[in-house]
Design a protein around this ligand. Structure first.
Ligand code: UDX
Length: 439
C-alpha cells in the first residue's frame, strides 16, 4: 500500500485524494485552511460535487483517508506527494504560481528520503521542472526525489466518475523509479486497461492546456456558426447534429449557447495565450476564442433588449446561476456578467434562482432578489432568461410560468426549448442560432 500525501483540499485535491484512497492507497489530505479541514473531519464536504460525500465517508471509515493541517508530518510519512493547490489567474492572464512554489519549498523542508512529487493542479509548461529545481536548491546533494506531471481532466459535476473511469491518464515522468510508483498509485486503472500516455514533463503539461483549448474551440466554433445561422435562417442544433455524425468531428461539445465558463476553460486558455505570447508566438485561435466567448453574455442581454425595447425599469428573472448544471461553482459564470449588465442598464429588479449556487452568488454582493423556484422568479417578470440548464428547468410548466409573468419574454441561453413550442404557448422567444429565414 502506497502512502500518499495530497496537498490542497480544493476541488481537485479532494476528489483526487478520496479517489486515490478508493484505489487502495493510504491518503492524507492536507491543507493550511483550518476551517476546511475541520469541516472535512466533521464529515462535511466544502464543495457541491455529486458522489463525493459518499466516497469520502467510505474511505475515512476504511481508515485509508484522513485530513490534517500538518503538512510537514504528512509529507514525511508519504511515498508520493501530490501538489493540488490553487493556481489562480492574474489580471494579465498569467498563472499565479505562488502557492505551488510555496508548497515546493515546504516539501523540500520535510523531504526525509526518496519521494515522488506529483504536480496535479494545472500549470503553465515548465512549472513542474521549476518545482524540481526549487526543491533541489533546498535539499542536500544526496537527497533523492523525482518530479512528475500528472494533469487532471475532471469535469465538475462528474468529477468522481471521471477520476474512477477516465478516458486516459497522462503522466509526464522521466525516471523508471517514479514511473513504477505512478503505476502502483493508479493500479486499478491499469487493471481496467485505461490508456496511459507516458511522456515528458513539458508534454504532459501542454497536453492539459491543449485539451481544454480544443474543447473551448469546439464550443466557440459552434457558437460562431450559431451567429451565422441567425443571419441566414438556419438551425444550429441541426447543423451540429449533421456535423457531429461525422466520426472525425463527433457530437460532443457542439452545444451552442451563452458560452463556456468555469474554473478551467477560461483560465487555461488565458494561460496558454500568455505562455505563447511571452515566447513570441501569436496564438490566433486561442485569442479568437477568448474574444468570442467573452461577448456572449452581452449577446444574451441584447436578445432580451430586442424583445423589450429597453431593460430600464423592467423586472428580469434568471433561471440558473452556476456556470453549468450540477455544480455550485460561479467562477467565470455567464450569469455574473448578465446580472451586472442588467443592473448597469437600470433593470427595476433582477430575480434569480439556482438549486445550489445561490449562497455562492451572495458573495458577489450584486443586488438581486433570491427566489424559491422558477415560478417564484417569474412572478411579475418582464423577461426570463434560462442561463444554466439544470434538469428542473427543462420541463417547466409553461402556462403556469406565463400566467405569473408581466410580459411573456423568454431568452433561452442554452437552447433547451424548441422555439415553436414556446411560441405556441404565447411566449416571445429568443435562443442562440435558430434563425428564421427572411422571405
Ligand atoms: C473542463 C474539462 O471538461 C475538464 O476535462 C477539465 O479538466 C476542466 O475543465 P468543466 O469546467 O467542469 O471541465 O466543464 P465542462 O463540462 O467541460 O464545460 C465547460 C463549459 O462549457 C461549461 O460552461 C458548459 O456550459 C460549456 N459548454 C460545454 C457549452 O457551452 N457547450 C457545450 O457543448 C459543452
Amino acid at each position: 500500500m502506497l502512502r500518499v500525501c495530497m496537498i490542497g483540499t480544493g476541488y481537485v485535491g479532494l476528489v483526487s485524494g478520496s479517489c486515490l484512497a478508493d484505489f487502495g492507497n493510504a491518503v492524507q489530505c492536507v491543507d493550511i485552511n483550518e476551517d476546511t479541514i475541520a469541516t472535512l473531519n466533521d464529515g462535511g464536504i466544502p464543495i457541491y460535487e455529486p458522489g463525493l460525500k459518499d466516497m469520502v465517508a467510505r474511505n475515512v471509515r476504511s481508515g485509508r483517508l484522513a485530513f490534517s493541517t500538518n503538512v510537514g508530518d504528512a509529507v514525511k510519512a508519504s511515498d508520493v506527494v501530490f501538489i493540488a493547490v490553487g493556481t489562480p489567474a492574474q489580471e494579465d492572464g498569467a498563472t499565479n504560481l505562488t502557492y505551488v512554489f510555496d508548497v515546493a519549498e515546504t516539501i523540500a523542508e520535510f523531504l526525509n528520503g526518496y519521494k515522488v512529487v506529483v504536480q496535479k493542479s494545472t500549470v503553465p509548461v515548465g512549472t513542474t521542472r521549476e518545482v524540481a529545481r526549487r526543491i533541489k536548491a533546498k535539499v542536500s546533494a544526496d537527497t533523492e526525489f523525482d518530479v512528475v506531471s500528472n494533469p487532471e481532466f475532471l469535469r465538475e459535476g462528474s468529477a468522481v466518475e471521471d477520476f474512477l473511469r477516465p478516458n486516459r491518464v497522462v503522466i509526464g515522468v522521466e525516471s523508471d523509479r517514479a514511473e513504477q510508483i505512478m503505476k502502483q498509485v493508479y493500479r486499478p486503472l491499469y487493471l481496467l486497461e485505461t490508456p496511459v500516455v507516458l511522456t515528458t514533463l513539458e508534454t504532459a503539461e501542454l497536453t492539459k492546456h491543449a485539451s481544454n483549448a480544443f474543447l473551448a474551440t469546439k464550443i466557440s466554433f459552434i457558437n460562431e456558426i450559431a451567429a451565422i445561422c441567425e443571419l441566414v435562417g438556419a438551425n444550429v442544433d441541426d447543423v451540429a447534429k449533421g456535423m457531429g455524425l461525422d466520426g472525425r468531428i463527433g457530437p460532443k461539445f457542439l452545444h451552442a449557447g451563452v458560452g463556456f465558463g468555469g474554473s478551467c476553460l477560461p483560465k487555461d486558455i488565458s494561460s496558454l495565450n500568455h505562455l505563447a505570447t511571452s515566447r513570441g508566438y501569436v496564438p490566433h485561435i486561442v485569442r479568437a476564442i477568448l474574444e468570442l466567448n467573452n461577448g456572449l453574455p452581452d449577446r444574451a442581454v441584447d436578445k432580451l433588449t430586442i424583445e423589450l425595447g429597453s431593460i430600464e425599469g423592467k423586472t428580469i428573472g434568471l433561471l440558473g446561476l452556476a456556470f453549468k448544471p450540477n455544480t455550485d461553482d460561479l467562477r467565470e459564470a455567464p450569469a455574473i456578467r448578465i446580472v451586472k449588465r442588467l443592473l448597469e442598464e437600470k433593470a427595476a429588479a433582477v430575480r434569480v434562482f439556482d438549486p445550489v449556487a445561490m449562497e455562492n452568488f451572495k458573495i458577489t454582493g450584486l443586488d438581486v432578489v433570491y427566489c424559491k423556484n422558477a415560478y417564484d422568479v417569474a412572478d411579475g417578470c418582464d423577461g426570463l432568461m434560462l442561463v444554466t440548464e439544470w434538469n428542473e428547468f427543462r420541463q417547466l410548466d409553461l402556462p403556469r410560468l406565463k400566467k405569473v409573468m408581466n410580459e411573456a419574454v423568454f431568452v433561452d441561453c442554452r437552447n433547451v426549448y424548441k422555439p415553436d413550442r414556446l411560441e405556441a404557448y404565447g411566449f416571445r422567444y429568443q435562443s442562440f442560432g435558430r434563425g428564421v429565414a427572411e422571405t
